[in-house]
Design a binder for this molecule. Structure first.
Ligand code: TYD
Length: 138
């Protein structure tokens, strides 16, 4: 996993261009321009309750997480440091590179979490044990 990210500093908030006029706002994002990978999959978390989600890392997947309604928090951990982000701004996305442990929590009732992913769903790309994740990051 030498080429994989493992680096919290690479996980950043990306500002998306927004066209605002008297009708409201239009926010857009394009692969390779705002998004640093080709988007192969989109999924979204909705009807969220008090449960936490995530609790895994990905071996190779890169993702952008966007709060398109309400708010939630996301804790990112590279095995050495961690940082918590509160996402509520519809003009922003959080880039999460591979090999970052993530926990999502504190979803507001109206929250919708949109995720753009660099690959199709593959269970083999998941690391679901924090101890296993730490063993890779050493
Ligand atoms: P999971 O990624 O574990 O959810 P979260 O990290 O948000 O808590 O996925 C939950 C279930 O959904 C799991 O059985 C895998 C399945 N799933 C798909 O089939 N396709 C997908 O694109 C995703 C993200 C999950």
């Amino acid at each position: 996993m030498k080429n994989n990210c493992f680096n919290l500093h690479k996980c950043k908030i990306i500002e998306f261009p927004t066209i605002a006029d008297e009708r409201g706002n239009l926010t857009f994002l394009e692969s390779s321009n705002q998004i640093p990978f080709d988007i192969k999959r989109i999924y979204y978390l909705h009807n969220n309750n008090n449960s936490s989600r995530g609790a895994h890392a990905h071996k190779a997947l890169n993702q952008i997480v966007i709060s398109i309604s309400g708010s939630f928090e996301i804790k990112l951990d590279d095995g050495k440091k961690y940082k918590t982000f509160k996402l509520s701004n519809k003009n922003q996305g959080l880039f999460i590179c591979s090999m970052i442990w993530r926990d999502l929590f504190n979803f507001s009732e109206d929250s919708v979490c949109l995720v753009l992913a660099s690959d199709f769903y593959k269970e083999s790309d998941y690391i679901r044990s924090y101890q296993e994740f730490l063993s890779y990051s050493e």
